[in-house]
Design a protein around this ligand. Structure first.
Ligand SMILES: Cc1cc2nc3c(=O)[nH]c(=O)nc-3n(C[C@H](O)[C@H](O)[C@H](O)COP(=O)(O)OP(=O)(O)OC[C@H]3O[C@@H](n4cnc5c(N)ncnc54)[C@H](O)[C@@H]3O)c2cc1C
Length: 287
């Protein structure tokens, strides 16, 4: 449980962190809240020769309302997201997910940027940013670029980030109209990570499901939007029977993960259960 020796660098600015990433290339890792990287280093699954600590870059800790977008700095703690009045009022599904991450120690240290960059297939935020159609802002030597959440996750622990880029911000559009949202998860009893996590965002107009977005984490090797469930609901009557029928289609065409705790068959079944719960809650909140 002792990591390999490494050189520690404390970045004084985003630009310095990027310069250090450029300088040390694949030998370097960024350290934010340390609640994923440090365990990996202790287990020697990660052995960076250079650790670049960005934890003191306070300019990356903020939650701002910018018109119809909530901008969240990459170093914003899970606890801050969970407790933010702005997030709770404008995008409650995000606050709900943040509140369900790990335990109080994890939420006091872990950051939204760290969680998204780490891209654990059972992490909570990925499902929520997919369902909210959020954007991830990355900064590298050539400046900033914006990556849609749907293009960001490329596989287990793999993202569209370049090795010399930092996540600096997450931009979440505030859903409009009569929209309800909810996050429901079946947490692993030991870690709290999602065995199955489902985020649902549902917009109702004239008793019809006008827009619907459903995303899962924990079910497969990477988080995904469940377009089969979405298609079964869009344009249909916004009532409990329709939601129940659509939720039965959850994870169709997806190969669920199977492990000692939950078989693939069990995960598929739970995906239906959690889709139903998240969608029914979103429906109640939308009407
Ligand atoms: C006991 C325990 C229980 C947990 N339970 C849950 C849970 O239920 N749900 C859940 O979602 N998560 C859970 N986590 C993970 C937790 O949310 C982590 O905080 C999070 O995954 C990583 O955030 P961090 O700030 O700690 O990142 P770090 O550990 O510092 O970094 C993680 C990775 O991201 C990279 N990185 C960090 N910040 C950036 C950035 N701004 N730009 C680019 N790369 C960056 C690092 O180089 C590293 O590769 C748990 C962790 C623990 C220890």
């Amino acid at each position: 449980m002792i990591p390999m020796a490494f050189e520690y660098h404390r970045a004084a600015s985003v630009e310095e962190a990027i310069r250090l990433l450029e300088q040390y290339g694949p030998d370097a890792k960024v350290l934010a809240g340390g609640h994923s990287l440090t365990p990996l280093m202790k287990l020697r699954f990660a052995q960076p020769a250079h650790v670049i600590d960005i934890g003191r870059l306070h300019e990356l800790r903020y939650i701002r309302e910018e018109g119809n977008v909530i901008a969240i700095g990459a170093l914003t703690l899970h606890r801050t997201v969970a407790e933010s009045a702005t997030v709770r009022q404008r995008i409650p599904v995000l606050a709900e997910a943040a509140f369900r991450i790990g335990d109080v120690q994890v939420r006091n240290m872990g950051t939204i940027g760290g969680s998204l960059a780490h891209a654990d297939p059972a992490a909570d935020y990925p499902a929520v940013v997919l369902a909210l159609e959020a954007e991830i802002v990355a900064q590298g030597p050539a400046g900033r670029r914006t990556i849609r959440a749907r293009d960001f996750f490329r596989g287990p622990f793999t993202t569209a980030l370049q090795p010399n880029e930092l996540i600096v911000e997450v931009r979440v559009p505030v859903p409009s109209g009569k929209t309800g949202s909810a996050y429901q998860k079946y947490p692993h009893p030991a870690s709290g990570f999602a065995v199955v996590g489902c985020a649902a965002v549902l917009t109702v107009d004239a008793e019809t499901c006008r827009d619907v977005r459903v995303a899962f984490t924990g079910v497969a090797t990477q988080p995904f939007r469940d377009t089969v469930v979405e298609d079964a609901l869009r344009g249909q009557r916004a009532d409990e029977a329709t939601v129940r029928a659509a939720a039965e289609k959850a994870a169709e065409g997806v190969q669920p993960l199977g492990d000692a705790f939950a078989s693939a068959e069990y995960r598929r079944h739970m995906a239906k259960v959690y889709a139903r719960r998240a969608l029914l809650q979103a429906l109640t909140r939308a009407t």
